[in-house]
Write a protein that binds this ligand. Structure first.
Ligand code: SAM
Ligand code: TMP
Ligand code: ZN
Length: 403
């Protein structure tokens, strides 16, 4: 049943039994892993694409949540620019107040904090919330929902802007979020959020965007329908070239803004592409199967030739790839990653060891499978010497290629 409207959800892909994507395993505790069924479908009534099974939020977002937003230079720049834009476009009145849902380590809010702008981050994962505090960001260590919004408005007054990146798609209880926004936002306040775009996922067959934390896969059409149920309207959309293709949506209370031309243009494009139709999902499913066959075929062939292969980026996305394709330590020796909290751990489900990125040079492997393909430019520039010493990158989105 659709989590937004209660309508029937038509499944279009089942990845089977999967571990939590960010639950890196202590080698001494491999027996304690939690698994769930990862299947995705689209609501036949409101068009919202969503997971069929929901994982309890406390299992995913907690004190030890290992994802640190500041791990990428490129993303740090993206959020600094975002802070500047938000401040110019939405925080121009006297003493404006901004709330960020899922501020993580403060990657965006710290820039506004530095400007002396009244702000509040809402971040349930205690470890990253503490990092944000160390950056001078004010944070409540809580999940954003209706009750949180009421407490914030009582303490700080209404918000001129609520912003969120890569978090709203993580929240199955959108009804509570929208009621909270209605409580928290000033009458003309804006809700701006950005998340992976289903249009890009389908176009690039980036099936690894599908995992426990990504509960919804938004389109302009489905966000517009969901917003309307709670008295909101999409007034602007903008494509963002981050994380493999995202959309930034600006919402206001219905009637409080005029939808810009980009909204109608993208709605028309979604219609023209037939996003939501069986044909589009059938070809996505065929593409996923093709990538699985090609990738495992290539890795086995290289291994049979005695090649050394490692992974680059212990991403949440890689949990879907390794577990769905059946890629373990017999094909990939280890995966390197900059995040200290992941070092010495095993990748969820596949149990491939995680090492610091310095391990790559010691000595360079023959091949590196780029799990963090959304950071390709940054990583390939940083690891230029790997390629120059004869190493080859393997990518699998939008298709399996050796670079
Ligand atoms: N905004 C950052 C970015 O774009 O890099 C962080 C994104 S991270 C993938 C998702 C964050 O959302 C996590 O830090 C998680 O703890 C937080 N989160 C999950 N559910 C939430 C909720 N209901 N309210 C606020 N934050 C939530
Ligand atoms: P993401 O795709 O969800 O942003 O995750 C990226 C992962 O890749 C994260 O664990 C950090 C890691 N990473 C590196 O190891 N080196 C890098 O240069 C970048 C940008 C990311
Ligand atoms: Zn629905």
């Amino acid at each position: 049943m659709c989590r937004v409207c209660g309508g029937p959800v038509r499944q279009f892909f089942d990845f089977g039994r999967q571990p939590l994507s960010d639950a890196f395993v202590d080698p001494a505790r491999v027996d304690e892993e939690y698994f769930y069924r990862l299947a995705v479908g689209i609501c036949e009534s409101c068009g919202m694409t969503q997971l069929l099974d929901e994982v309890d939020r406390d299992r995913m977002f907690h004190e030890a949540y290992p994802y640190h937003s500041s791990g990428s230079v490129h993303m740090r720049r993206h959020f600094e620019q975002t802070a500047g834009r938000l401040s110019r476009e939405h925080l121009r009145g006297p003493d404006p107040f901004v709330v960020e849902i899922g501020c993580n380590d403060g990657v965006m809010l710290r820039a506004l904090a530095k400007e002396g702008i009244r702000h509040l981050g809402v971040e349930p994962s205690g470890g990253v919330a503490e990092l944000a505090r160390q950056q001078g960001v004010r944070v409540r260590t809580e999940f954003f929902e209706e009750a949180t919004a009421a407490e914030i408005v009582a303490a700080d007054g209404p918000a001129d802007l609520v912003y969120s990146a890569n978090t709203i798609c993580h929240i199955p209880y959108l009804d509570s979020v929208f009621r909270g926004l209605d409580t928290l936002l000033a009458p003309d306040g804006a809700f701006v959020f950005e998340d992976p775009y289903l249009g890009d996922i389908l176009e690039r067959t980036s099936f690894d965007q599908i995992y426990d934390e990504h509960f919804y896969f938004f389109t302009v059409g489905s966000v517009r329908a969901a917003a309307a149920r709670f008295g909101f309207e999409v007034v602007d959309v903008e494509r963002l070239p981050v994380h493999g293709g995202e959309l930034r949506y600006t919402l206001k209370r219905a009637g409080r803004g005029t939808p810009g031309p980009a909204v109608a243009a993208l709605l028309a494009e979604e219609d023209r592409r037939g996003i939501g139709t069986r044909g589009v999902f059938d070809s996505f499913a065929a593409g996923v199967e093709r990538i699985r066959t090609d990738l495992t075929g290539l890795l086995r062939e290289l291994r049979a030739d005695g090649k050394r292969i490692v992974g680059y980026g212990a991403t949440a996305k890689s949990a879907t790839v390794t577990n769905f394709c059946g890629i373990g330590p017999e094909l990939i020796d280890w995966v390197c990653d900059v995040t200290p909290a992941k070092h010495g751990k095993l990748m969820p489900g596949s149990h491939i060891p995680v090492r610091p990125t310095e391990a790559l040079t010691d000595p360079y492997p023959d091949y590196a499978l780029l799990f963090a393909w959304n950071h390709a430019e940054e990583i390939m520039a940083k690891e230029r010497l790997f390629r120059e010493s004869g190493g080859r990158w393997i990518v699998y989105v939008p298709e399996v290629r050796v670079l």
